[in-house]
Design a protein around this ligand. Structure first.
Ligand SMILES: [Fe+2]
Length: 154
C-alpha cells in the first residue's frame, strides 16, 4: 500500500479507537456497579492502548493523528448520547456490540491490504482483542448476564 492510503487507514482506525474510548466511557457511566461494568471499563482501557499504539505508528511516519470529534460518524455510539429514557444494561450492550462489529470490520478490511510486516502484526494483535470484546458482549447478551449481576439499572 502507498503511504497516503496507509495513512488513511491508520487515521480511520485511530479515529474509531478514540470514539470507542468515548463510547465505553459513556457505557460505564450508564451502568451500575458489577461485573458487566468492570469488563466494559477494561475494554475501554484496551481501546485506549490501541489508540496509543496507532498514534505511535502515525507519528513515527511523520504524520499527526487526526483530531477526533465525538460522534461525527453517527454510528451506534450515538445511541449512548443523553437518553430519552433510561438505558438498560441490555441497551448498552447492544450499542457496544454494534460498535465492536464496526471496529472489527475496519480492522479486517485493513488487514486484507498489503501492509508492512511490523504494522500487520500490531493490527492483527489489536484485531484479536477486538474479537474478544465482541465475543464477550455477544455471550453476555445471549446469557442475559445483567439479570444475574443486578446491573440493569444505573
Ligand atoms: Fe473493542
Amino acid at each position: 500500500m502507498q503511504t497516503p492510503q496507509l495513512m488513511t487507514e491508520l487515521f480511520r482506525l485511530f479515529s474509531v479507537e478514540v470514539e470507542a474510548v468515548q463510547a465505553y466511557g459513556a457505557a460505564v457511566a450508564l451502568l451500575g456497579p458489577g461485573p458487566i461494568r468492570d469488563e466494559l471499563a477494561l475494554f475501554g482501557l484496551e481501546h485506549q492502548r490501541h489508540a496509543l499504539a496507532l498514534q505511535e505508528q502515525i507519528s513515527r511516519r511523520g504524520y499527526v493523528p487526526p483530531e477526533v470529534q465525538p460522534d461525527v460518524k453517527g454510528v451506534v455510539i450515538g445511541a449512548l448520547r443523553p437518553p430519552q429514557r433510561s438505558l438498560t444494561a441490555e441497551d448498552v450492550l447492544a450499542g457496544m456490540r454494534g460498535n465492536e462489529q464496526l471496529t472489527g470490520s475496519l480492522y479486517a478490511k485493513a488487514l486484507a491490504k498489503t501492509l508492512p510486516n511490523e504494522l500487520r502484526e500490531i493490527l492483527a494483535r489489536i484485531h484479536g482483542e477486538e474479537r474478544h470484546h465482541l465475543d464477550w458482549i455477544e455471550r453476555a447478551i445471549s446469557r442475559r448476564a445483567w439479570e444475574a449481576s443486578g446491573a440493569s439499572h444505573p
